[in-house]
Design a protein around this ligand. Structure first.
Ligand SMILES: [Zn+2]
Ligand SMILES: [Zn+2]
Length: 281
């Protein structure tokens, strides 16, 4: 494994760029894509403000910072984004991505029907049927994400498996639908190590083994992401992913195969792009 398509910086909920770059290089990566969280949802506007997750406004400044960091480091940096996908935001996302001009975009379903797909969202009062309905809605959104063709990468396809109240509710039918959608789309699923290791509640890779098998049955290829937020995540997850790739015989796609451009294009030639409105004073 030489390329990690999914890591965060302090422009969302990760650590400072110099620390992340040094740690990515020390972990032996040839390239890392910083995909900070970005949401255009009005419903989560206040939460985004509270957590300083305003990457829709600050991505231009991160691009400058990455261009500054790219020179001394023996590492290719990609200027990417992890976009919250909700079907009703498709028009806004399309417009935003066209304007922002990232190297590539990672699409994630983190929110469904006003609930978060994270363990801090409680499903304690939800019946079994309600939990199953939520998981159905989650996979409807994932399929819709893939069919939208907005993203180069589908992040952690079965994120619901990481939730204690939703774990085990993913069915073969869900896996089939997502795999079939990816087989017909430019969107490539990610092998995500963000919940593997001691910090992951279930110590699992996304997607889980039967999900990976469903993708492979349809000839779908993968990219690989550590979902690192802290510098030490790289040292933990890169070797873990390498072992996983060895064991499964999966050969991940290179970023160039996913985006069709040369590495670092937008970082080495930022001045040739259109002016970024978010950089205006
Ligand atoms: Zn995510
Ligand atoms: Zn992430």
């Amino acid at each position: 494994m030489t390329v990690d398509v999914h890591a965060h910086t302090s422009y969302s909920d990760g650590s400072g760029i110099p620390l992340m770059v040094d740690a990515a290089e020390a972990a032996g990566l040839d390239a890392v894509g910083f995909a900070d969280h970005c949401s255009l949802s009005e419903a989560w506007r206040d939460e985004r403000l509270l957590w300083n997750r305003n990457f829709d406004r600050t991505h231009g400044r991160r691009r400058e910072a990455l261009a500054t960091a790219a020179d001394p480091a023996d590492l290719t940096l990609y200027d990417a984004v992890e976009m919250d996908y909700e079907p009703e935001l498709e028009g806004a996302i399309r417009e935003f991505l066209a304007d922002a001009g990232f190297d590539y975009a990672v699409g994630s379903v983190h929110y469904v029907a006003g609930k978060q797909v994270f363990p801090f969202e409680s499903f304690a009062d939800a019946s079994d049927a309600e939990r199953r309905a939520f998981v159905d809605d989650y996979y409807d959104a994932v399929v819709s994400l893939v069919e939208s063709e907005l993203f180069e990468v589908l992040a952690h396809a079965d994120l619901v498996e990481n939730h204690p109240a939703l774990n085990g509710l993913t069915t073969a039918a869900h896996r089939e639908r997502v795999a079939a959608a990816c087989a017909d789309s430019r969107t490539v699923p990610e092998i995500n190590a963000g919940r593997a290791g001691d910090r992951g509640e279930f110590d699992l890779f996304h997607p889980t083994d039967p999900f990976v098998a469903a993708f492979r049955d349809r000839g779908v290829r993968f990219v690989v992401g550590t979902d690192s937020h802290d510098p030490e995540d790289f040292a933990d997850r890169v070797p873990r992913l390498e072992r996983y790739l060895d064991e499964t015989g999966i050969e991940p796609l290179a970023v160039e195969e996913v985006v069709g451009g040369s590495p670092g294009d937008s970082l080495s030639t930022p001045e040739t792009g259109p002016p970024d409105p978010s950089e205006a004073p």
